[in-house]
Design a binder for this molecule. Structure first.
Ligand SMILES: Nc1ncnc2c1ncn2[C@@H]1O[C@H](COP(=O)(O)OP(=O)(O)O)[C@@H](O)[C@H]1O
Ligand SMILES: [Mg+2]
Length: 247
C-alpha cells in the first residue's frame, strides 16, 4: 500500500483501512461512485482514484494532482471554512489499471473526519412526511448567520478552484455548526465554476426541498406551514446572498 497521509498519523490511517476492510461490503454506505465506511470518528471512502505519474488526479481532464486538492481543502479548513478535509489517501501501486490508455486508475482509500450533523436531504427521507415537515421547520428557524456562512463558505470553496457537486447529499447540516460541505475532490474547470456560481443563486430551493409541496398529500395546515417556512428560508437565503459580492 502506498500512502499519502498528510494530516493523519500513518499508523492511525493504516489501522482505519484495516478496520474498514474487516467490516466488509455490508457495512458500507453506497455513494454514487464510492463505498463509505464509518470507522471510529473517521470516514474511510473506498473509491477508484485516477492516477497519473503514480499520483492520483481527481478527474481525467484534471492536470492538477490530487495532492493539490488535499492541500487546498486543508487550507480552507484552517481558514475556518466548513469543508470536510481529506486527511490522506492510499492505494495499492501493484493494482493499477488503464481505462483510456493514458490514465491509470487504482482502487484506493480516502480518509476524512466525520461531517457534523446529517445530509441536508437524502432521497430516502422524502417518503417520511413528518421528518420532512420537521426538517423544513428547522431550516426556517436556522439562524441568519448560518445562511450567511453557507454563502460565504460556498464562494470561498469556488474561489479556491474546487468543484462543488451541488446535490443534497453532499451538504451536511448540524443545528449548532450549520452547513458543511463534503465530496470535494475535484479541481473545477471553467464550466464547473460557472455552474457552481449559478447553483449558489438558487440553492435555497434545495434547502427548502421545494418540490415537496407538489408531491405530498398535505393537510391545509401542513401546506400553510410549509409555505411559510419556505418563505422564511427564501428570505434568509436572499439576505445571505446580499451580504456578498457576486457577479
Ligand atoms: N466525511 C463524511 N462524513 C459523513 N458522511 C459522509 C462523509 N463522506 C461521505 N459520507 C456519506 O457518504 C455519502 C457518499 O459519499 P460521497 O463522498 O458523497 O461519495 P460519492 O462521490 O459516491 O457521492 C455521502 O452523501 C454521505 O452520506
Ligand atoms: Mg456525493
Amino acid at each position: 500500500m502506498e500512502y499519502f497521509f498528510y494530516y493523519i498519523e500513518p499508523n492511525v490511517g493504516l489501522e482505519l483501512i484495516t478496520k474498514c476492510e474487516a467490516m466488509g461490503r455490508a457495512a458500507a454506505k453506497g455513494g454514487t461512485r464510492s463505498k463509505v465506511y464509518f470507522v471510529d470518528d473517521y470516514v474511510v471512502i473506498k473509491a477508484n482514484l485516477s492516477i497519473k505519474d503514480t499520483r492520483p488526479v481527481s478527474k481525467v481532464r484534471d492536470k492538477v494532482p490530487f495532492d493539490e486538492v488535499v492541500k487546498r481543502l486543508n487550507m480552507l479548513k484552517n481558514g475556518g471554512v466548513n469543508v470536510v478535509p481529506i486527511l490522506g489517501y492510499a492505494y495499492d501501486p501493484d493494482n493499477i489499471y488503464d481505462i483510456y490508455g493514458k490514465l491509470a486508475y487504482a482502487s484506493g482509500y480516502i480518509i476524512e473526519p466525520k461531517a457534523m450533523g446529517k445530509e441536508l436531504w437524502n432521497e430516502k427521507d422524502f417518503d417520511d412526511k413528518k421528518y420532512v415537515l420537521e426538517r423544513i421547520r428547522m431550516f426556517a428557524q436556522a439562524p441568519q448567520e448560518q445562511y450567511n456562512k453557507f454563502v460565504k463558505d460556498f464562494i470561498a470553496i469556488v474561489d479556491a478552484g474546487i468543484f462543488i457537486d451541488p446535490v443534497e447529499e453532499n451538504f451536511f447540516y448540524d443545528e449548532i455548526n450549520g452547513f458543511s460541505f463534503i465530496d470535494l475532490n475535484t479541481i473545477a474547470d471553467k464550466g464547473q465554476t460557472e455552474l457552481n456560481m449559478q447553483s449558489l443563486q438558487s440553492f435555497y430551493r434545495k434547502i427548502a426541498h421545494e418540490k415537496f409541496i407538489e408531491k405530498k398529500d398535505l393537510t391545509d395546515e401542513e401546506r400553510e406551514a410549509v409555505i411559510q417556512n419556505n418563505n422564511q428560508i427564501f428570505e434568509k437565503y436572499q439576505k445571505a446572498l446580499s451580504t456578498v459580492n457576486i457577479l
